[in-house]
Ligand binder design. Structure first.
Ligand SMILES: Nc1ncnc2c1ncn2[C@@H]1O[C@H](COP(=O)(O)OP(=O)(O)O)[C@@H](O)[C@H]1O
Ligand SMILES: [Mg+2]
Length: 145
């Protein structure tokens, strides 16, 4: 039983490690149907996030919103394989800050995220978002690598 962790937030940027984080959170949730999963994607209006759809950065915010909506649908499809309550959220702002706020506001008790994301800079073990969330979150954070 994982009764200590009843609401898990997955920080998702569509990178391979965030997919791995989603998988891990889903596996944790399988242990107890009461565990809720909240998957959050933070859009930065001035930055690309979803590269894996194949096009380079498109300055249009609307386009980014469409991409994120499509990714949310994909994730929701995956989440449907579980009986647990789950939801995806697309919010805007600075990712680290928004994730920490989201975790607080939703009274979550665990965050699962990747060590690295989409930046492609591999010289540091932790990316700036994971670094920020580990430091500032009020609850435990699992860093998937
Ligand atoms: N915009 C975002 N929205 C939600 N989660 C994110 C976002 N950016 C990063 N993350 C989470 O943080 C992890 C680490 O990414 P990050 O710190 O941005 O590293 P990198 O510098 O390699 O991109 C990702 O695997 C993902 O779980
Ligand atoms: Mg990143």
């Amino acid at each position: 039983m994982l009764t200590d962790y009843s609401r898990i937030v997955v920080a998702y940027d569509h990178s391979d490690l965030s997919k791995k984080a989603l998988n891990m959170a889903m596996n944790l949730a399988k242990q107890d149907q009461q565990i809720e999963l909240l998957v959050v994607m933070v859009m930065q209006p001035d930055r690309p996030m979803v590269y894996s759809y194949g096009y380079a950065f498109d300055a249009y915010h609307e386009r980014q919103k469409e991409e994120v909506k499509a990714v949310c649908k994909e994730v929701e499809q995956e989440l449907k394989s579980l009986p647990n309550k789950s939801r995806t959220f697309a919010i805007e702002g600075s990712p680290g800050h928004m994730i920490v706020e989201f975790v607080k506001q939703n009274d979550a008790d665990l965050v699962v995220m990747g060590s690295r994301g989409l930046s492609g800079l591999k010289e540091l073990f932790l990316g700036s978002v994971s670094h920020y969330v580990v430091q500032k979150a009020h609850c435990p954070v699992i860093i998937v690598k």
